[in-house]
Structures are given as structure tokens and as C-alpha cells.
Write a protein that binds this ligand. Sequence first.
Ligand code: ADP
Ligand code: ZN
Ligand code: ZN
Length: 802
Amino acid sequence: MNIARVIVDVPSSSTNQTFDYVIPEKFQEMLTVGMRVIVPFGPRKIMGFVVDRVSESSFTKLKEIINVLDFTPVLTEELLELGKWVANETLSLSITALQAMLPQVLKSTYEKELVRMTEEQLPEAFELLFAGRDYIPFAEFEAASIRYYQLQKLIEAGDISVDYLVKSRITKKHVTMVKPTKDMYLLEEALHDLNKNAKKQKLLLSFFMEYEKPIEQQELLKKVGTTKSTVKTLVDKGLLETYQQEVMRDPYQNREFERTTPLTLTKQQEEAIAPINDAVQADKHDVFLIHGVTGSGKTEIYLQAIQEVLNKGKEAIVLVPEISLTPQMVNRFKGRFGSMVAVMHSALSAGEKYDEWRKVQRKEVKVVVGARSAVFAPFENLGIIIIDEEHETTYKQEDQPRYHARDVAIHRGKTNSCPVILGSATPALESYARASKGVYQLATLSERTNQMDMPEVKIVDMRQELHAGNRTMFSRDLMEKMEQCLENREQIVLLLNRRGYSTFIMCRDCGHVKECPHCDIALTYHKNSNQMKCHYCSYEERVPVVCPECESDLIRYFGTGTQRVEESLTKLLPEARVIRMDVDTTRRKGAHEKLLKQFGEKQADILLGTQMIAKGLDFENVTLVGVLTADSMLHLPDFRSSEKTFQLLTQVSGRAGRHELPGTVIVQTYTPEHYSIELASQYDFQTFYKREMAMRKAFQYPPYYFLALVTVSHENQVKAVQTTQQIVQMLSQHVGDGTVLLGPTPSPIPRIKDRYRYQCMIKYRNEPNLRTYLNKLKAIFADDIRKNDLLITVDMQPYHMM
Ligand code: ADP
Ligand code: ZN
Ligand code: ZN
């Protein structure tokens, strides 16, 4: 078995296979599947993953592995298999799929160093190597003729640790600790024996007489006002000892978590959890859909199901949309399971992410709460996967590998024979349809645990407002309610449904709208910098003084950005304190959290924001929710726009009156008669589901049909159209009669970064070989792709039609 099969880090379809390498003698005992290696590839040295060890190769003249990067596999066998599956499902390269499962830090090859973690005697060869030092460059180990296997054993025993040297030192951190080695009375004796000029040494020893515990060297030096050399002198005298300790950067470490205990479940909760617990007990895979209104106690079910899993000695993954991964949410899991919980969140620094990932790898935690990619957490004894707000489209990754976390979760659930729970107040149509057919098990929670009714929703027709002479963006109803709230010292949440509604610059005389010169899309106005920016290619320019078309000076910005709403609020309600939450105010790390905290502490009366405020927030003092523009999503070229509108309105309504105070919701719209708005205001999911399903059936969309979207882009428009045309023709020779091919059509954004974009949409019910055809297509155009900068992307489950 001295040959390794390696997937190399060369993202191209011609290298999308394994390559065989000879394992040099020194690595033979330690190299296992799932480790990263450095191999020669043509003239270069590149990284690769070992996916198999075999004894024979059909190739001759194999090259040797140059180096091994890991001492413990970074990918488990299950994840390697999963990688294959993801690559196949999403038509992506194996290397891309494998990389997607790892924290950023492991995606590049950093310099390493070895860190001594113990003062105990190491094997002689290692004592010689370290030669009294705490850290040594890894290169020194490589130069010494010590077997890798020996090092691997010391690493497993915790005596030596491998550290990655990243420029910003974002990986593991160690601190030097100092502690006394002798009993206190011996220290006291030593103190008296010291020469009276040895003042610093005396100070240090006296410090420990009182402190008696290990202390971080840095801190010690500061407290005592001395230097490392003094510490060293005392270490040499055998009175103190220093050692390295690894610090995990736990982003939540400074917070107190109030411990919670399981609540007595309501009857509906009991009924929902019983079959889940049965599946846990029986190690049986099944998918459960919990359709429960906001506040019906879904999270409590998750917590108790996880407890059941932990009791069996197994592990749990909980996926939460990025946006609702708030401290409030994290606290609920940490509160119940304490330090057994790791949190994987994109707002963490690369180093923090790596630490959280390592807690899983080292089996220091049993529960992971995280956003999409946490579905790849390297647990080896998985007992349950939970997806909260399962309808959220952020579970779909929008670049390669274009996977949907729900599909990955279900696949892992099957491999691990464990249940998968999907929870939502507004399940995705696809999920609800499966549950209706009995493919998933459905549980419905129709009541809030506090027995409170859902808040009343009032729809306001904004056309009437206009007719009545109200030109502001707040209806008279909303204004009146806001004033009342302010008077009662209650709080308000205002949602600006901004998707598809940005602030653009338009000339009032000729109607000219300023577009990006590289992308066919209007530039967005940014007030603070008085710039217009393209959100697709980051082009920017200053706002012109006169219209570039007709030279009129009546050039103004339009649309309702959050900034504009805020301005107008401050004008109309000068006494109100407003917190604005949007991409601009939450860009900085921790800002999101800080703003919410301020609002929770009643430092503001109004929380104004985009989609990001619709989810998971729970403020007891909020009694009014206003939706400023309910229909702004309805006109997007997206067959899910009604569904998204329904979901958003339902979500945001759940924000009001969660506690004792009753709540009101006001929904402003120009299309009050649209069924998604009307039915959301009545909390009528069933009727919405039926109507929307009828639409999907009529227009041949999911869940009745599967979709695949091929997008072709090229600098030359003709080339882009022609290629798409060729693709459509080739596909039409392969697909069955029931399959619909649409295209070539220009993409909804026909040009981005000077590249023209055309697409072909495939609607199908049964095309078992579609993936194979599409792969073949890519192979046919491989030359064009490599030489002529042609780009063909395939999305097997498109959510963004752009
Ligand atoms: P959801 O996740 O469905 O929105 P939560 O789990 O957040 O609902 O529950 C809403 C509120 O009800 C929370 O404050 C929670 O502590 C409380 N709760 C949940 N289950 C129970 C129960 N069985 N008895 C009493 N309170 C409960
Ligand atoms: Zn003009
Ligand atoms: Zn642009």
C-alpha cells in the first residue's frame, strides 16, 4: 500500500481525477486517507488530498509525495465520500467540493512550527531537536532524520502541537505560562536566601507567595514590573517553571450563559417530538418537517431532541440562517449545553473559525450551531441534523460547489442513519409538498406556547394614500400608530423590503437613469460619499451635477433606501430615536449585534432595517411592526417571488406582540389584492400553499419540475449567444419529450463586468442522464473555456435567476 491516490488542487476539468504518487518511506507509517500532501505536478509543487492508499498503479514512473501537511486527517472518510457526492450533484470539481468542507486556514499551505506542550522528558531525538526551545520551525524537524510516525504519536499524546504560521497569526495561539515548582514554604526559604540586591527576583517570588497559581507570563511581567530574564533566572534555580498553553479564541468566552433546563412540553410539542425521539433511539434516518408558527416552541423541540442524541453519546448539527445566528439564538444552545457547543459563523475571523472547527475535530464539543457550511462539521458519530428556518434561500450556496445545505444534510442523515429535522413557520413549497406526500413526516404546531394570538395585520393601500394627497412613504395609519407607540414608550420595527428597490439617480426631465458602464444595471446612490456605485463590479463615480443626456440640472435620486427612510422619519417624528440596520451600518464585525443590543436595552424607539431584521429577533417591548413596501419583491423575474413575499411578511409579523403586550402589524402595498400579501395577513399558509402550487404546476416550476440553469458568458455578445444556441441544440437531441428547453435568452442582468450573459433553462421531471450530458457539454467546450475565456456555469438547483 505504498501508493497514494491524490486529488490535486488544480481547479480544471482536465485534472478532475485522482493522480497516483509513491509514498516515500518516511511517511509510510503515518500517512492516512484524508490528509493533505504536497506533490509535484508538472513543474510545480501543489497541494492535494489523499483519498486512497493502494498497492498498485496502472501508471509507470510515478513521482513521490514531497511532503505531508497533516498529522491527523482533515477530512474523515465520510466527508471524502460526501465530497464525491457533492461534486457529482452540483457538477463541480472534486477539489472544489473538498475545499468547501474545510475552514479557510486549511485551504492554503502555511509555514508550520512545532510547539512543545510539555515539560516532561521527550524521546531523546526530540530533546535534541528542540534543544531547550519551546518553538522550532517545522523545517528543522524535516531536516532531522526522525520518523514522521514518531512525531505523529507525540502529537496524538498532546506533547507536541503543530502550529500554522499565518502572517496575521490567525491560527492557534499559545501563551507562555509561569508557575511555582515548589511548596510555599520552600519558596519562602528561597526568598530569604536571595542576595539582597536581587530585588526583582524577590518581587517575583513574593508575588507567587500570594498568588500560588499559574499565570500568563505577559501578565506577570506587567504586574511585577520585571523582565523575562528575571523569570529565567528563577526557572534556572528550579523555583519557577514555564510552559506553553494553547488558547482557543472562543468568541463567546466572555459571556455568561444562564443555564436553562428542559421545559415541560405542550401537547403539540409532545406529539411532534415523539417520532423524532423514536428515530434517534432506533438509529433510523427519516426527515421530519415541523411546521410551527413563530413562538410555537420549535427551538425547545430541537433542544430536547439534541439532549436525547447526547444521551446516546452522539453529536448534533444545527443549521441556522446566517442572519439569525444572533447572540440570542446562540445563547439558547449554549444555555442548555454549555461548553459542548461550537459556533460556526461567517462573522468570525479565520482564526476563530479554525478554532471552532478544531473543537469538533478533536471531539471537544458535541453540538455545532452554524450557518450553511456547518453542515460539513467533521463529526464522526452524528445523531441528528436540524435545519431551522429551512425555507431560507441562504442555505443554497451561490458559487461552486452550488450545493443546498438541506440536500447535504439529508444525504448525511442517510449515511449516518440519523434523523434530519426541518423547521419553519413558512416551509418551502418543495418541503411541504414532500411532507404532504409522506416523503417527510409532518408535525404541525398551530399554537404559540404563550397562547397569545398572532398579531393583527392591517393592509394599507398606498394608492389610496396618494389619492388622499399623502406623498410621504408612511401611510396615515402607520403614522398614527407610530405616534401612539412613542407616547406609550413602546418600540417599533420598520421593515424596508429593499430587494429590487435601490436608490438610483434619474433625470426628472428626460428620465435618463445612470447605469454602470460595464454592467447593464442602474448604479446605486450612496449618500454619505455622494457616489454612485455598481453593486456587481464595484465601479463608482461621483453624482453628476447635470444630466449627461439633456444637461438638465433636475437630476435626483429615486427609490427608497433605508437612509432616505431614516431622513424622512427624523423629519416627521423628530423626537423618535432611530436605529438603522442595513448592509452599510452592519459591515463592521460585531456591529449587527451591537445595534440589536442597543435596541433591546431601549436606547431607541424605532428599529429600521432590511430583511435582516425580520428574523429571530425577540423584543418584548415591540408592539408595532410596519412593512413599508410589501410588494417590492413581487415584480422580480423570479418564480419564487410570491413565496418569498409570503414568507417575509409572515416572519416579520411574528416580531410584534411576542410577550404580554398585544401587537399590530401594518403592511403598506400598492398591490393589496395580491394573494401572497392577502394570505400572509391572514396567516393562511394552507390556502397560500394550494394557490401557489397551482401556479407552479401551470407554469412548470418546482416542485412539479426540476430546474437546471446554464449560463454562458463572454466578452463578445455574438459568441455568448452562439454558444448558448449550440448548447440548446445539443441538449435537445438528448432530452426526453417532457423536458422543456428555454433559450438562448439574455440573463436578467444581461451584462456584468463587460461580459455578456445568456442562459438556457432546462425544466424536467425525469432526466436520469442530464448530469452526464451537461458534463459532456463542458468537455466539448473545454478548449474555448481554456483559451478563449468562455465561461459556462451550470446550476442544478437555481435560486437566483440572475
Ligand atoms: P419558535 O422556535 O417556534 O419560534 P421558541 O422555541 O422560541 O419558538 O418558543 C417561544 C417561546 O416559548 C420561548 O420563549 C420559549 O422559551 C417558550 N417555550 C417553548 N416551549 C415551551 C413550553 N413547553 N412551555 C413553556 N414555554 C415554552
Ligand atoms: Zn436628462
Ligand atoms: Zn458594474
